[in-house]
Design a protein. Structure first.
Length: 326
């Protein structure tokens, strides 16, 4: 039999990884009597861990949320995942949690054994995160929205539409979706009587109403696919069609977050269709793909590429180069 301290740690670990344990299950796992198990549970309660107990043949134990944050037990993979997540959050797209993330990261790394700390340090040293260039969202707003989604509670907020029009919205929130560089809220709009997608960076002053609702089934049953479909369907100024001399899988990896449509021509080439308001983003995307391409339409994009090629040629010192078609 393990000593009392080791056994209690083992008990706490079990309670943190399982929704409900019967008394018999826990006694068998710990190789103790049910009387000893009850004493250990009582010790955990004295340390601040809120453990619920139910009596009877099907009685058992369950760890619930409490009024304070007691220590957590994490296995190796969980500890590394949390550390990496905090490092990402410290420089990510959610505004207002950078300093908090750094403080939490310091505490986590401080108590890590050397072997885990080396893994986290290696990830930091040999990983270069991309700069956050997209709009940033408020952490408090995300929290309010996420809780409303969880509790099936109607939500009010002010929203600035794409064209700048502002309106007050009342919705039944369904899911928060992180896609590319942006956060989206998928919700049932009560005034418009339809499903809507809202960019969280355009949303302000979210507040719960206290009114609960019965959740509806989102079209297609998948919030991410719903947002992707909405992005593809939105009206844009330009529709670009480009033949890329690269396999479909390679191109797909570069355009997965922009809603581009891909059609395989053969094993080594594909046709890419993109909708944009300006020509700047397509230039960057095609450069990221890094493969030869031919613009099929519109001709205005060919002119834009020519201007960009001239600009870069001058910057490289080749003043005699002139722009050409891609």
């Amino acid at each position: 039999m393990a000593n009392t301290s080791a056994r209690m740690l083992r008990l706490l670990s079990l309670l943190q990884t399982h929704r409900f344990w019967t008394g018999i299950e826990l006694s068998d796992k710990l190789e103790v009597s049910e009387r000893t198990l009850r004493r250990d549970v009582e010790r955990l309660r004295e340390l601040g861990y809120p453990v619920n107990a139910s009596r009877g043949v099907a009685g058992g134990y369950q760890l619930r949320s409490g009024t304070v944050m007691p220590p957590l037990l994490l296995d190796d993979e969980e500890a590394v995942a949390i550390a990496v997540g905090l490092r990402t959050a410290a420089s990510g797209s959610v505004e207002g949690i950078e300093e908090t993330s750094v403080r939490a990261l310091t505490k986590v790394v401080q108590v890590m054994p050397p072997r885990l700390r080396r893994r986290v340090d290696a990830l930091q040293a040999y990983t270069t995160p991309a700069a956050v260039t997209g709009p940033r969202v408020n952490a408090a707003s995300l929290t309010v929205i996420a809780q409303a989604c969880r509790d099936d509670e109607r939500l009010k907020f002010d929203y600035a539409a794409r064209g700048g029009e502002e309106s007050a919205r009342l919705v039944e929130p369904h899911r928060l979706v992180s896609l590319g560089r942006r956060w989206y809220l998928v919700a049932w709009d009560l005034d418009r009587v339809d499903w809507r997608t809202f960019r969280v960076d355009r949303l302000s002053d979210p507040r719960t109403t206290g009114a609960r609702y019965r959740p509806r089934e989102i079209p297609g049953g998948d919030a991410v696919k719903f947002v992707e479909a909405q992005i593809k369907a939105r009206p844009t100024t330009h529709t670009l069609v480009v033949r890329v001399e690269a396999p479909r899988a390679r191109v797909e990896a570069a355009v997965r977050y922009i809603g581009g449509m891909l059609e395989a021509i053969d094993e080594t080439s594909c046709r890419l269709k993109m909708n944009f308001d300006t020509f700047d983003w397509p230039v960057l995307i095609l450069a990221a793909i890094g493969a030869p391409f031919e613009v099929e339409s519109p001709s205005a994009f060919k002119d834009h590429l020519g201007a960009v090629a001239t600009l870069f040629s001058r910057a490289s010192g080749d003043g005699n180069a002139s722009g050409g078609e891609g």
